[in-house]
Design a protein around this ligand. Structure first.
Ligand SMILES: [Mg+2]
Length: 132
């Protein structure tokens, strides 16, 4: 990574296999990974952890990813952090629905490793350039 500073990605995911896979792929790419197991866990830790990007599973215990995203986006401290939905839901029209809920992007599961890496790099770059 440039400047020797690792970009931080918060992965909000409850499925152990998905957690391991996502963490491995992103760690190899040079990102620092912060794990949260639920929407409420993500909200609790957001101010202290200050990630550059959040990957949000939609089906989570305690609080679903859409509710958590709405809460995060209503908070001045973290509303500028892009939140990307990670979901198995991939029917036609779902992407529009998900973006309308306040997410900044959408990645469908199961993830395609190469495409996933490209997508994450592009979201991180957009954030660094200050684009919405
Ligand atoms: Mg889940």
């Amino acid at each position: 990574m440039t400047h020797g500073t690792k970009k931080k990605i918060m992965v909000v995911e409850d499925n152990p296999m998905n957690k391991i896979l996502t963490k491995e792929i992103l760690t190899v790419q040079g990102y620092e990974i912060i794990e949260a197991s639920s929407g409420s866990d993500a909200i609790k830790r957001i101010a202290g952890d200050k990630p550059d990007l959040i990957l949000m599973d939609l089906n989570l215990p305690e609080m679903d990813g859409i509710t958590a995203t709405k809460i995060l986006k209503s908070n001045d401290v973290c509303k500028g952090i892009p939140i990307i939905a990670l979901t198995a839901s991939a029917m036609k029209g779902d992407e529009e629905k998900i973006l309308a809920e306040g997410f900044d992007g959408y990645i469908s599961k199961p993830i395609d490793m190469k495409q996933f890496v490209k997508d994450i790099a592009s979201y991180i770059k957009k954030k660094a350039e200050g684009q919405p």
